[in-house]
Design a protein around this ligand. Structure first.
Ligand code: IVH
Length: 671
């Protein structure tokens, strides 16, 4: 019996060590985090039940993995620790109860809750205010010297700032720790470029960040748009404050990037739990990937009192969120034709919940990806859904194959119109070349009428298909030329629904510049980029004239997007479509209107239940009037609009001294 236990423990240790190596050293994990967590927990449990079998070589006693040989080793003066995980609210309560016992007091402990960034831990050492060394965590004691690469990250200052009122001078020695990560949209853009260049895709933003940082050539790192938030310290000379929160404010004052916007002080464990839920529910709206929340004891004397265990502090814990990667099975593969004619293979899946949403389909990107990753029908696969990104198949799990899996043969004809498909030499995408292919027209028009674009209610796929089949519409502008007589020729359309459609069409004429740009369906220009571009150019004429250089000067616009916009407006047919839309009386406010607006350029957050407008409507109203809408209150917020029963955003706004206005007061500004 004991033999079995010893054997299982040994087996678990071997597997965990192997996966640690793939994750920490190669940046190429083979299993998803939740599977790894399961193995780790099993080992922890078995060791707890058989403490005599614990040995210092067990992964439960270690932090990461020994560093790669390619970078010079750097010894950390204090170990860089890991965190215990909690997977349920109950485990957070137990954490709190444990600490209260250690504190010999039942009085509440104050905590800070903040996002757990999904990137890689880095230590920065500043000597006399200058960045001297930056290193990875490695095995917790020795990491890799990545100073030159870290210096390419704009969020990392080379020199600390001396700021009046910071109460402290710049410390002679400052060791600060934080997470280097990649924002979701930079990750998507990077993968989009890699996809079009036929390179292997990064599985997630964390791997992309790790792979980008651990490059021997800092020039490569520089191009990758990495970012960093600091969340901890090693040694700080001549410095004394009482709390973690104050330490973070101090670091912020020195010019380091701290996620104060999403850091919350909580005076009870229930508040902690509530804040974790708030972060988890809102995670899709964040610019970065979060795999959980970190809960830390705020008082530094208590942190010291509670101390550390082998690999993690007792005073902090990570509340892990539902995984965004899960395993399921492919039932079949279908090929879709998009608005640019691109043939996209889509996996039809055994339905599975990913981060709170049921997923039935996931993109396989293109033929080359399927082949490179050797993904077959009936394979078990890892799928991922992050934010508003379309779910995708990350890889197939070869060890689960039973022999029934079938290699997918990609069609050589368009599955919709039957045209022979084409592949350009410099592209990986296979396309249907038939501009009149009903699938292309249909997808383009569905995009044109979609919610974030012209927002025409009632024009679903079925109706659009009929309108195309009858030759009534070929492009967006034709929708504005529809009349009742034509609509009544469609199946199941009666006078009432025809009228509704015509009203929706007519109402859509009043729109915003951003929506209009998005509706045009320019490749790589999503809703977010469209609004950035609208903000920058203000008028359609200015946008039409834009060259790549000007476009590239806009933050967040990369070469692929710039090239795509220029090429869109260099096509006569597109320009004439845009002009005919304007001639059809499509109206959107341009710069003049916005700059006169009382909220022009302001970042606004809305909280509570509104009476006059729905959430979507007020959002549109703000954007139409030149404002920006944010989902969370932070330093960058200019105004908070409160409805009935405002939530914690109100407290936060008060804390930060942000202008607070109720719904009525807000609309009065416009009268
Ligand atoms: S604190 C002593 N705070 O999570 C506490 N870690 O599993 C050390 N991480 O190695 C970590 N966001 O790479 C802390 N806000 C945050 C974090 C965070 C991400 C990572 C970090 C650490 C790992 C622990």
């Amino acid at each position: 019996m004991k033999e079995d236990i010893i054997q299982e423990i040994e087996h678990l240790r071997e597997r965990i060590k192997y996966h640690n190596y793939r994750y920490h050293v190669l940046d190429d994990p083979e299993i998803i985090d939740s599977e790894y967590d399961k193995l780790f927990r099993r080992l922890q449990l078995m060791e707890r039940e058989n403490p005599e079998l614990i040995n210092p070589d067990s992964p439960t006693q270690k932090i990461g993995e020994a560093p790669l040989k390619t970078f010079d080793p750097v010894k950390h003066s204090q170990p860089m620790l890991s965190l215990e995980n909690a997977f349920t609210d109950q485990e957070i309560k137990e954490f709190d109860a444990r600490l209260k016992r250690l504190n010999n007091s039942s009085s509440p402990i104050e905590y800070v809750v903040e996002p757990k960034m999904d990137g890689l831990a880095i230590e920065l050492v500043y000597e006399e205010g200058r960045l001297s060394v930056a290193s990875t965590r490695g095995d917790g004691f020795t990491g890799e010297n990545v100073t030159e690469n870290i210096k390419t990250i704009p969020a990392v200052p080379n020199n600390l700032l001396y700021k009046e009122g910071n109460n402290n001078d710049i410390p002679g020695l400052l060791e600060v720790r934080g997470e280097v990560y990649m924002e979701k949209r930079d990750f998507e853009e990077l993968n989009r470029t890699r996809l079009s260049e036929g390179l292997t895709l990064f599985a997630n933003p964390r791997n992309a960040a790790a792979g980008s940082l651990r490059q021997l050539d800092p020039e490569v790192t520089k191009k990758r748009r990495l970012n960093m938030f600091c969340y901890g310290t090693g040694i700080i000379s001549d410095y004394k404050v009482d709390t973690y929160y104050e330490t973070m404010l101090f670091l912020q004052g020195l010019g380091l990037r701290i996620n104060m916007e999403h850091m919350k002080l909580c005076s009870s464990i229930d508040e902690v739990i509530e804040q974790c839920h708030y972060l988890e529910t809102g995670r899709d709206g964040f610019l970065f990937e979060m795999d959980g929340a970190v809960i830390k004891v705020n008082r530094l004397d208590l942190q010291e009192k509670f101390g550390i265990k082998t690999r993690s502090p007792r005073w902090a814990i990570a509340r892990k969120f539902k995984p965004v990667q899960v395993m399921t099975k492919i039932r079949d593969i279908e090929v879709q034709v998009g608005r640019t004619g691109a043939l996209t293979p889509v996996a039809l899946l055994d339905p599975v919940e990913v981060g709170g949403v049921t997923v039935r389909r996931a993109t396989l990107h293109n033929k080359e990806e399927i082949e490179k990753k050797d993904i077959r029908v009936f394979d078990s696969v890892i799928i991922q859904r992050a934010g508003d990104v379309i779910p995708e198949v990350v890889e197939s799990v070869k060890s689960k194959r039973t022999g029934i899996e079938k290699v997918f043969s990609f069609p050589d004809k368009c599955p919709v119109c039957g045209a022979n498909v084409l592949k350009k030499a410099n592209e990986v995408v296979i396309r249907c070349p038939n501009m009149k292919c009903p699938a292309q027209l249909n997808a383009g028009l569905r995009h044109f009428v979609s919610k974030g674009a012209m927002d025409i209610d009632g024009l679903g796929e079925r109706i659009i298909t009929q309108l195309i089949d009858k030759g009534f519409i070929k492009q967006g502008v034709d929708i504005y030329r529809l009349n009742k007589e034509r609509l009544l020729q469609l199946e199941k359309i009666e006078a009432k629904s025809a009228n509704n459609i015509l009203t929706a069409i007519s109402e859509s004429r009043k729109t915003t510049f951003a929506r209009f740009i998005y509706a045009l369906g320019i490749r790589h220009v999503g809703e977010h980029i469209a609004s950035i571009i609208a903000d920058h150019f203000k008028t359609i004429d200015a946008l039409k004239e834009a060259d790549e250089e000007e476009l590239l000067s806009i933050k967040e616009v990369g070469p692929q997007i710039a090239e795509s916009i220029v090429s869109y407006f260099s096509d006569e047919a597109n320009v004439s479509h845009v002009e005919s839309l304007i001639n059809e009386d499509i109206q959107f406010e341009e710069s003049e209107y916005n700059s006169k607006s009382p909220i022009a350029g302001k970042t606004i957050v809305v909280t509570g239940t509104l009476n006059r407008m729905k959430r979507d409507e007020i959002k549109d109203f703000i954007i139409r009037n030149g404002g920006r809408v944010a989902s969370n209150v932070g330093k960058g917020t200019d105004m908070l609009i409160t409805g009935d029963e405002p939530g914690s955003k109100l407290d936060r706004a008060r804390e930060l001294g942000i202008q607070i206005i109720n719904e009525e007061g807000f609309f009065n500004m416009f009268s």
